[in-house]
Design a protein around this ligand. Sequence first.
Ligand code: NAD
Length: 256
Amino acid sequence: DLKGRTAVVTGSNSGIGLGIARVLAGAGARTVLNSYTDDEADHALAARIAEETGAEVRYVAADLSNGGEARRLIEEAGECHVLVNNAGIQHVAAIEDFPPGRWDAILAVNLSSAFHTAAVAVPMMRRAGWGRVVNVASAHGLTASPYKSAYVAAKHGIVGLSKVVALETAEEPITANAVCPGYVMTPLVEKQIPDTMEKYGMDRETAIREVLLQRQPSKAFATAEQIGQTVLFLCSDAASQITGTTISVDGGWTAL
Ligand code: NAD
């Protein structure tokens, strides 16, 4: 279990990050939740997970589009044995219509934030003598789709970053990997449905099956809980020689 370990999960007041935080807290990790908001609901969510799991859980607001804020998040955690870089945003548009500001924001949140958090967390792991970096990439870290230039570029980037961190810590009891989910039903996917319906002129059901799940041979969404259990496996002793690689949880997407 993860008793005595501290886990920081970025972007964890919703969706996959929340699922991961629940699983890690359930395994006994002192867990830090994060997003860019600082609402009562965010702190109440941390208190609820603490109550559900018996673990110490707190919420630290930090806007990860800003590198300094990403570094402060880890500093405020005080220690970090398990770093899960999960925060992510999406924008869907043809490259010629892609707003440059959205490109910059996606690269900052989905990729650069993981550089900044790891830069502070890896020395903490070294001092603690144990660590796990888990980057939540995507099937789009390994393959591409049209209209997602920034997202695909950032996700390929974070797969590369995971490999570099793995090599820099290879002889130490620290691993770094990327988990590559296919489609998981979360608010981020929910928000893509209207765009997809409009772009392809489809109703909701057709857009889900034919476009979103078109490349997911299982024709089923993965769950946030399943992504959390994959992260927990990477934290186990059984996974101590798994480093610098990717684990797909994508219903067969990348087998196509
Ligand atoms: P989501 O929108 O539910 O969650 C994203 C999280 O990131 C939220 O907690 C949000 O508040 C946070 N966030 C966004 N901008 C932030 C910022 N500037 N600073 C701090 N936090 C910020 O989406 P999700 O589907 O749970 O996505 C989580 C991760 O999983 C993302 O990296 C996403 O790319 C990846 N992913 C999702 C799917 C999927 O099907 N849902 C598939 C593959 C990969």
